[in-house]
Write a protein that binds this ligand. Sequence first.
Ligand SMILES: NC(=O)c1ccc[n+]([C@@H]2O[C@H](COP(=O)([O-])OP(=O)(O)OC[C@H]3O[C@@H](n4cnc5c(N)ncnc54)[C@H](OP(=O)(O)O)[C@@H]3O)[C@@H](O)[C@H]2O)c1
Length: 241
Amino acid sequence: MKIGLVGYGKMGKIIESLAPNHGLEVGARFDIGNPLQDDAQTRQILKDIPVLIEFSTPESVMHNIRCGLALEKQMVVGTTGWHDHIDEVKDLVEKNGTGLVHASNFSLGVNLFYEILKNAGPIMARFEQYVPFMEEQHHQFKKDAPSGTAKVIRELIQPYFDTEIPISCVRAGYIPGSHAVVFDSRVDTIKLEHVARNREGFAEGALIAARWIQDQKGLFGFQDILGTLLQQSGKKESNYE
Ligand SMILES: NC(=O)c1ccc[n+]([C@@H]2O[C@H](COP(=O)([O-])OP(=O)(O)OC[C@H]3O[C@@H](n4cnc5c(N)ncnc54)[C@H](OP(=O)(O)O)[C@@H]3O)[C@@H](O)[C@H]2O)c1
């Protein structure tokens, strides 16, 4: 299957390099100098490209989503910062009969980490001797703190605890990103941590999403993809038996 890249920065380039491993081929690239447009020429360029992967900037993402859906393309959107427009995007997806999957973090590992934490929160909250807190570290260039991923993690476990879970943030060096949830008692520490080695994890997740979204209609998050992956791995297990 052919895919189009909307945004050809660090993420766009890694996605392109890993696409063949997923049986995907990049057939078109759009960037600030060659933006995605809803016009006849772009329709022609994209005629045999069903899926667009969007990793651009918070300033351009809504324009790209509006165009991509008007062009009736299936979309994978990694750029964040447009959540205020979620109702509009849902309406456009329905109106145009397409599918769009978005996630503030496309890493499979981080999404599995979320699943583990969904179980850890209610277990640990039963033992008040354990006090929760969070740590996250990113490179010196990351502007936001806490990270979007740290906020998602806190939302997953906060409901089980009465006091606000503090997040300690470090911005230094070239750290790709790490997130930890710590439960600390007088006698020991339980630390659950996800450490990204590089950006490839995000790109791999976006490519998995591109294959998944090709025949879906509606608005989805990575948890929907994870549901399919868990089902498939369940099937594999039973085959093995
Ligand atoms: N969800 C996730 O898992 C995940 C993971 C990593 C990153 N992200 C997010 O994804 C976005 C891209 O990350 P990145 O590391 O690839 O950033 P980046 O290297 O800065 O790349 C962004 C690219 O978008 C281009 N761009 C600007 N305006 C555009 C427009 N109107 N149409 C198309 N392209 C346009 C930029 O062009 P110029 O360079 O010419 O300005 C640049 O090439 C960021 O918002 C980042 O926070 C999400």
